[in-house]
Design a binder for this molecule. Structure first.
Ligand code: AMP
Ligand code: ZN
Length: 431
């Protein structure tokens, strides 16, 4: 399984992270069903231009200039933050991470194959893929090629067809860009699409099972990955299953992005009081193929619901048996095209079912997929004042001064905490 990874020129925003939560669920559902998953995620650290087509500036080079850092520093920094973000979201790391800049040779080799087979041509700007050579170009997105070509008002410059795309771009003035490499065609850098084709095939073979990404990738990035890979490797289909996560959007329905505002990072959510697990829970509440509307109101609802769920589970007696009925229902939901909203409903029903056996054991099993820290006990952060009172109360109890102990218990209650004594000792929890 290959997932298009982050372009590491900035923080990944919570929209991006929704897509990785989706691929994490997919992977965990496959494992739940007994499959072994070899998962590759790439790091795009060169070649992704400010427009998904072949115009604009390289995002990494632009960020490096703006932040007065080297391209590599930029890429390493934002990659490390991304890794921290996914760890906090309980997204499992892939089997293999691969960076585009560490696989330039593989990309050049693939372009050479395409050249030999007659799929490429040269312009003053780079080496391009001739999409008119393929009868089925655009099949993934069901692109209306004729319509696209007819509306040729768009300037295509030296390109032969509107849909043709760059495999290798020439450095305009060698020595100016930070990241450029020599190639049989001249000094330059790879196109964004060839990176994913070359790296996925290097690690997963010339034909593999699953490829994921966000839905924005369907018409250009993934369409072009298919075109060049099927042409180079001669295998059809190159990828057996494509799965795409729908977007996190604003209330107006526009996608959450830098330009439309409403684009937050995980750290910003935390600063506003929303823990990563709340965001994961929020994402699981909507099917991956549906748009998810982001607002703080919606996120607050998820936060309340998540807290209620955790509290209920916290009060449930440990019992490691499995409730086969509920587990079966859960399994059916996740296997139905990853229906996580339904799976969460089953989980809620189990938690609320007063007669159900094996609750904790079953939740533990469900957590292999949901990964919401539902069984993780929160460490209670007790204020200094309450701690002092607790000690004082302990002393009073030792002296068998029950009246004093009860008074202190009341004081603690007023500060928002409940004190309970049982055989094992004194326990404290939030009111
Ligand atoms: P990028 O770093 O721009 O290459 O994007 C990383 C991943 O996030 C890609 O799979 C995109 O399709 C996905 N993505 C971008 N914007 C959103 C969004 N608003 N909601 C969900 N996924 C997104
Ligand atoms: Zn990709």
């Amino acid at each position: 399984m290959y997932s298009c990874g982050p372009t590491v020129y900035w923080y990944q925003h919570i929209g991006n992270l929704r897509t990785y939560i989706f691929s994490d669920i997919l992977k965990k559902v496959l494992k739940f069903n007994g499959y072994k998953v070899k998962h590759v995620i790439n790091i795009t650290d060169v070649g992704h231009l400010t427009s998904d087509a072949d115009e604009g500036e390289d995002k990494i080079e632009k960020a490096a200039r703006k932040e007065k850092k080297s391209a590599q520093e930029i890429a390493n920094y934002y990659f490390s933050i991304f890794r921290k973000d996914i760890r906090e979201l309980n997204i499992e790391e892939p089997t293999i991470w691969c960076k585009a800049t560490e696989h330039i040779k593989d990309q050049i080799e693939m372009i050479k194959i395409l050249e030999k087979k007659g799929y490429t041509y040269r312009t003053s700007d780079g080496i391009y893929f001739d999409t008119s050579k393929l009868k089925d170009y655009g099949k993934l997105a069901r692109l209306d090629i004729k319509g696209l070509q007819a509306g040729k008002r768009v300037k295509i410059g030296e390109k032969k067809n509107k849909t043709d795309f760059a495999l290798w771009k020439f450095s305009k003035k060698p020595g100016v860009r930070q990241q450029e490499w020599d190639s049989p065609w001249g000094i330059g850098y790879p196109g964004w699409h060839i990176e994913c084709s070359a790296m996925s095939s290097k690690y997963l073979g010339k034909q593999f099972d699953i490829h994921t990404g966000g839905i924005d990738h369907i018409p250009i990035h993934h369409t072009n990955e298919i075109a060049q890979s099927e042409s180079a490797f001669g295998k059809k289909p190159w990828v057996r299953y494509w799965l795409h996560g729908n977007f996190l959007v604003n209330k107006e329905g526009s996608k959450v992005s830098k330009s439309t505002g409403g684009l937050y990072t995980l750290t910003e959510l935390k600063e506003k009081g929303f823990e990563p697990m709340v965001y994961r829970y929020f994402c699981l509440g909507t099917h991956y193929r549906k748009k998810l509307v982001f607002s703080f109101e919606n996120l607050q609802n998820a936060k309340n619901s998540y807290a209620r769920l955790k509290n209920l589970i916290n009060e449930t007696k440990d019992d490691s048996k499995i409730n086969e009925g509920y587990l079966k229902e859960f399994h059916k939901a996740i296997n139905d095209d990853l229906n996580m909203p339904k799976a969460l409903q089953v989980l809620w029903k189990l938690v609320r079912d007063k007669n159900a056996q094996g609750k904790i054991g079953t939740i533990r099993k469900m957590e292999e997929v949901t990964s919401l820290n539902l069984l993780k006990k929160e460490e209670l952060k007790i204020p200094q004042e309450v701690k002092r009172l607790l000690e004082e109360r302990e002393k009073a109890r030792k002296q068998k001064n029950w009246k004093k102990a009860d008074k202190i218990r009341e004081k603690i209650y007023k500060l928002g905490y409940i004190v309970e004594d049982d055989k094992e000792g004194t326990k404290i929890k939030k009111r």
